[in-house]
Write a new protein. Structure first.
Length: 201
């Protein structure tokens, strides 16, 4: 009995440690390397953002994700993300769905600041036989594909991501929003191409 109890505790500790991202004095999760970004925070930003509307994340270094698998857009992010002047390069997303971007969608009062993204995003059509039932990839952008919740504020962010999609609502920073969006000191420095309506920088 004691042996089984010890084994169970050991497994629980191992699982918890896999999610044990460092925090700063304000309780913000610190993203220090590729493992933090791809393994822990990519899932943790979704779960922590949804369960805690004040969850905050800080990028501690420039990180390249070139050569890794496609980035999976973070859905329903509801916290804040501070790049602290750092960059994420080599972003590579190819999706056949809507809401495509580093953050696929947001939900809450979201603030994203001091971040530079570079790479490429491609949204393509899916399904259909002989042109019937074809779905376009809408709401596509480098930073946020679809902004929902309460509000989105973007401060000092730059997109150097080439964005291409066959659908509508395709942009450099934000694809589509159903909430107020405030953009300060930010911009797009790359190409944006879409096959539908409302295509912009």
């Amino acid at each position: 009995m004691k042996t089984r109890l010890f084994t169970t505790l050991a497994v629980a500790i191992a699982v918890n440690s896999a999610w044990a991202m460092d925090k700063d004095a304000n309780g913000c999760f610190l993203i220090k390397n590729l493992d933090d970004l791809k393994t822990d925070s990519q899932s943790f930003m979704k779960t922590a953002g949804n369960s805690n509307k004040n969850a905050c994340f800080k990028l501690e270094a420039d990180i390249s994700i070139a050569g890794t698998n496609n980035w999976t857009p973070i859905e329903g992010f509801a916290g804040s993300f501070d790049g602290q002047g750092h960059s994420i390069s080599g972003l590579n997303i190819t999706k056949t769905t809507s809401n495509v971007g580093f953050f696929g969608s947001t939900d809450g009062d979201v603030v994203i600041e001091n971040l530079t993204l570079s790479g490429s995003i491609t949204g393509t059509q899916s399904g259909g036989v002989l042109g019937i039932g074809v779905r376009s990839a809408d709401n596509v952008a480098a930073l946020v594909g679809g902004a929902g919740g309460k509000s989105l504020t973007i401060i000092n962010c730059v997109s150097k991501v080439n964005v291409k999609a066959n659908g509508s609502d395709v942009g450099g920073l934000v694809g589509y929003a159903t909430v107020p969006v405030t953009i300060i000191g930010s911009g797009n420095e790359s190409t944006v191409n879409g096959g539908g309506n409302q295509i912009g920088g």
